[in-house]
Design a protein around this ligand. Sequence first.
Ligand code: PMP
Length: 289
Amino acid sequence: MDRIVYLNGEWLGETEAKVSVFDRGFLFADAIYEVTAVIDGKLIDYPGHAARLKRSLDAMDIPMPVDETELLALHKDLAKRNSLTEGLIYLQISRGSQDRDFVYPKDMRPTFTMFTQAKSVLGNAKWKTGLSLQTVPEGRWSQRQIKTVQLLYSSLKKTEAQREGFDDVLFVEDGSVTEASSANFHIVTKDGTVVTRDLSNALLHGITRGSILDLAKTAGLKAEERSFSVDEAMAASEAFITSATSFVTPVVSIDRTPIGNGAVGPITRQLLDLYINDRLAHGMPIASA
Ligand code: PMP
């Protein structure tokens, strides 16, 4: 693979792009990121990702390195340079580099990088089989609404879970579900209501989560935003996760207990189809200027 990546205003071969060992992203995980899916040559839910990027930067007191027009142009340019029609665009902005010090000065120049990952988003095998989740205690920091690169707890726990034969973890705090390692978690109750945790600092405000809630309501489904326990999740008739690159992926078991009849649920499948069709119709074409 020989991708063209973006780094601080330059287009470079992936082996040429270098960041300082003094970068605060490297030393302190002092950086935020975004991931936007591309399918059929279109950026999916781009306005939501661009808006959350701004919120993450504001929360971290990092200046936005480019304006909104330039940000969109960079996404399109990067995808074109790499002939990306399906996969994802990863973007990361760190506070920048300085000699190592907990205290950062006001005038730092952010390190801004973007790269592509080509992958078959629409060929997701888990859409047919569903995921098995393992509950683990919530152990991340308390500002989970900010999309920081501080992902170590999630990475360690997901790796352990996979080694034990699960697909992913489900974080649990004070008896309530927060989210999965890199996706929001939702259930469908026996009366067909889609339930997802309400927004707070306890979880990332997923862009796909918001889109799915809108689509569910438009389709006439009942939807509620509130906390729920692991027991309620295990007693649900369906469960699924949402994220930019996995869209809507069924969850068929938690701690090896089947959810509903242990198969992919009809409402989950309906929401996945609604999402794919809507985004294929309304995604932002990369080819356009
Ligand atoms: N929660 C966490 C912890 C995540 O990392 C992600 C995806 N990066 C999500 C939820 C889903 O967010 P989105 O739909 O915006 O990808």
